[in-house]
Ligand binder design. Structure first.
Ligand code: IDP
Ligand code: MG
Length: 167
């Protein structure tokens, strides 16, 4: 694969546990560029849209509570877009397997993740899993002006304050 972008989200448990610095340090070892970064509050609407492909899973309800902060009393997350060669696989390797018990102990999820008594995997970060998913997710979480390169085509918005919107 060539140059590609991937979305990383430090989930509410990562913020509660003050893991953002460590996550950034670990991801910097990939040599990828950060082309967008922000802290934001996750609304239920954003949570449902982000995880819409999992809506039939038994853990979906808990997952929405997790990413939108209801499990931790903390609805901030940190969202970043990383860009470079093989960005998706490089970030997922450092993130580790989805199940924190199966994740390599040296990975982020292996080091800091856990399985809750409800069965939900509390695994510190989100990382996009394909170029298609990365594009869908980045367009969902970021506006064009929040990303420092012209990653995807965008057009001038009707509302001049927004400047540009995703096509
Ligand atoms: P990923 O985050 O590694 O891409 P996905 O399958 O996209 O994994 O699932 C999204 C999130 O849902 C995971 O990060 C984890 O928090 C949770 N999750 C996924 N599969 C399970 C499961 O089998 N049991 C409990 N929680 C899960
Ligand atoms: Mg996924």
């Amino acid at each position: 694969m060539g140059q590609e972008a991937t979305l990383v989200i430090v989930k509410p448990d990562g913020l509660i546990k003050s893991l953002t610095g460590d996550v950034l340090s670990r991801l910097s070892k990939t040599g990828l560029k950060i082309i967008g970064a922000k802290v934001l509050e996750v609304t239920p609407e954003l949570a449902h849209e982000h995880y819409r492909h999992l809506k039939d899973k038994p853990f979906y309800g808990e997952l929405i509570k997790y990413i939108s902060g209801f499990l931790h009393g903390e609805n901030r997350v940190m969202a970043m877009v990383y860009y470079g060669k093989d960005a998706i696989s490089k970030v997922r390797e450092i993130a580790g397997s989805t199940n924190p018990e199966e994740a390599e102990p040296v990975s982020i999820r292996g080091a800091y993740g856990r399985i809750l008594t409800t069965g939900l995997y509390e695994n510190v970060i989100h990382a996009s899993s394909s170029t298609q998913e990365a594009e869908r997710e980045i367009k969902l979480w970021f506006e064009p002006r929040e990303i420092v390169i012209e990653l995807y085509p965008a057009k001038d918005a009707v509302n001049p304050q927004t400047k540009k919107v995703w096509l």
